[in-house]
Design a binder for this molecule. Structure first.
Ligand code: SF4
Length: 364
């Protein structure tokens, strides 16, 4: 990824802050009691998108995340997609709660311009979901696969969370058997983390165990690799031609617009974020005021180091010389933490498990 490619790809993230319930581990900006705002909120996102895409290059990606964007109807989604000035062949993604999914809804989204969907399955084990404080799904993973197969989506992803307290290796393996049986083109799997202020943070008996999480990660990576999935980023794997372009914009330090309440954007070293209140966001857009409530501007060295930090987590890796290899050796790992691929240093599986430590060996 050279500098030119990095700058020509502009993305837009649209935050949909509505959920039917609140999961115990979740710290995202989302609300379970604001459904009455949906129409006005979508109108505001449409207006912000129209305003902000009028004078910039066409969008390579549009990503509706949340919250639960699948609380929106196809006509809401269509209005948002229509408002974005998209480049030909743009990737247009939506995050979905599997419980919302039907063949009709997904087909409606595809007609509205969606090309890629991401389904937050997390686990197929009722016990693990209970530990996570997330309701068990109303429909089976097979029903989800059936709806996706009929929908006409170009690509799709399944999200998993691993490492909940009490989740056995057998339960995790069974979840993988079920979800990988659908042959999703893309898989994202996140180690459960304890976010401050969440119900999970107040119940230490549900805290994840680091060693168990590392074991689950190695097991997961082995299964995915044996099935032909390529490592994309520490938490993402894909089949050939199914990489997520929007996330790659994030991972390569690219530019993206932040649309909606609580959304973050980035423009050539300036990071900004919008009001987290849907009411204040709507009011700002309706009165022609900027919804941005904060920003930080990175100086060139900070930005360069941040870009390396992001790249290190990906299959792109970093220039070999961007790592202090003596310092890396001194970490004393029994297994190599990076591998040389031509002139790049790419994390090994062992390196991915301690990526935050390897980052300290980057030469800014
Ligand atoms: S994890 Fe997803 S579904 Fe659960 S509260 Fe957070 S955004 Fe909503």
């Amino acid at each position: 990824m050279n500098e030119i490619e990095q700058h020509v790809r502009l993305g837009a993230y649209v935050h949909i802050p509505f959920c039917r319930y609140r999961c115990d581990y979740c710290a995202f900006v989302t609300f379970t009691n604001r459904d009455h705002l949906v129409d006005a909120y979508v109108d505001a996102c449409v207006r912000q998108l129209e305003r902000e895409t009028a004078e910039c290059s066409p969008l390579a990606t549009l990503y509706l995340g949340g919250g639960t964007p699948s609380t929106l109807s196809p006509s809401h989604v269509g209005a948002i997609v229509q408002a974005a000035r998209l480049a030909p062949g743009a990737e247009v993604s939506i995050e979905c709660n599997p419980d919302d999914v039907s063949e009709a809804l997904l087909s409606g989204y595809v007609e509205a311009g969606i090309t890629r969907a991401s389904f937050g399955v997390q686990s197929t084990s009722a016990r693990t979901l209970q530990q996570l404080g997330r309701p068990s799904p109303q429909q089976s993973i097979e029903d989800l696969g059936h709806a996706v197969a009929k929908s006409g989506l170009s690509s799709w992803n399944l999200d998993l969370i691993y490492g909940a307290a009490g989740e056995s290796a057998k339960e995790f393996s069974a979840t993988l058997d079920q979800v990988l049986g659908l042959r999703p083109p893309h898989v994202s799997a996140y180690a459960l983390t304890v976010e401050p202020g969440t119900p999970l943070s107040r119940t230490p008996e549900r805290f994840p165990n680091d060693d168990h999480q590392a074991n689950r990660y190695e097991f997961l990576n082995g299964r995915l690799t044996s099935l032909g999935y390529g490592f994309e980023e520490i938490s993402s794997w894909s089949l050939p031609e199914h990489q997520c372009i929007h996330h790659d914009i994030y991972w390569t330090g690219g530019n993206y617009l932040g649309i909606g309440a609580g959304a973050h954007g980035h423009s050539s070293g300036r990071r900004y974020w919008n009001s987290v209140s849907p009411e204040r966001y709507i009011e700002a857009i309706e009165t022609g005021v900027s919804p941005v409530v904060g920003e930080e501007v990175l100086d060139a060295p900070t930005r360069a180091l941040e870009r390396l930090t992001l790249l290190l987590r990906t299959a792109h890796g970093v220039p070999w010389d961007a790592i202090d290899h003596e310092k890396l050796q001194n970490l004393g790992s029994k297994r190599p933490l990076v591998a040389r691929q031509e002139d790049r240093a790419v994390l090994t599986v062992a390196g991915r498990l301690v990526a935050n430590t390897v980052v300290q060996c980057l030469v800014g």
